[in-house]
Design a protein around this ligand. Structure first.
Ligand SMILES: [Zn+2]
Length: 232
């Protein structure tokens, strides 16, 4: 089939989220846009990230339709092509109901900057009341890398799957810090946060993190199933 390279990457991202303990239930989805086409790969609804195989990664058009009538994807899939239409710079999307991400989303705000990595999300996170694109579109700004949906989960966006998956992993970490740190823990001052952003860009942190996530995905996969390396 055409576009196999992107399909393999989508499968790897599903397994990477599973290895990280972000795919224990039905309902998360990863997508990768096919460059220059109104098409994207995403995963079926019927399995967890832990169970995903190449056949479970299916091609949809920008109406959310598959050429195969047997394919069932999430009823919430429409925000993927909705975001691809709105944001030509976004080529990959990850959505999970990870435990700490969902706990942080329940607070209805972006994560506090209690660690260097939280600077990715400061001022670049939309809050949407639900996962309908009609709800996401009014709150999503150019440059936003995450969308928080209170009482549901979160979405991360990237110029490629390396960015979208690495940001999701990073959001999981900083969400856990936000939820568990004391309410009066001091946040990083803005001038410090600006210096950190410059440093992280120089260090190519997100691409290095994607490399790590791929190694974890390979380590956690036993040939049929991905067993989480990190307990949620
Ligand atoms: Zn969801």
């Amino acid at each position: 089939m055409a576009y196999e390279e992107e399909r393999e990457l989508a499968l790897t991202a599903c397994r990477a989220m599973a290895a990280q303990g972000l795919g224990t239930g039905i309902g998360g989805h990863v997508s990768i846009r096919i460059p220059g086409k109104e098409l994207y790969w995403t995963n079926r609804l019927s399995k967890t990230f832990e169970e995903m195989q190449l056949d479970d990664i299916v091609l949809l058009d920008f109406e959310g339709r598959s050429a195969d009538p047997e394919v069932i994807v999430s009823p919430g899939i429409d925000f993927h092509h909705g975001i691809y239409k709105l944001r030509p710079d976004v080529n990959a999307i990850v959505h999970t109901h990870g435990f700490w991400i969902t706990a942080q989303a329940a607070l209805g705000r972006e994560p506090r900057v209690l660690h260097n990595m939280a600077t990715y999300f400061k001022g670049r996170t939309a809050i949407a009341p639900d996962d309908e694109i009609a709800s996401i579109a009014p709150s999503l700004k150019d440059g936003d890398v995450a969308i928080i949906i209170p009482w549901h989960g979160s979405i991360t966006l990237g110029k490629d799957i390396a960015e979208a998956a690495a940001l999701h992993h990073t959001l999981d970490y900083v969400a856990r810090l936000d939820v568990t740190a004391p309410a009066d823990a001091p946040e990083m001052p803005e001038e410090h946060a600006e210096a950190v952003r410059v440093l992280l860009a120089k260090a190519d942190y997100l691409n290095l993190t994607w490399g790590l996530l791929q190694r974890k995905a390979a380590r956690a996969f036993d040939g049929t199933f991905t067993t989480p390396l990190v307990a949620p």
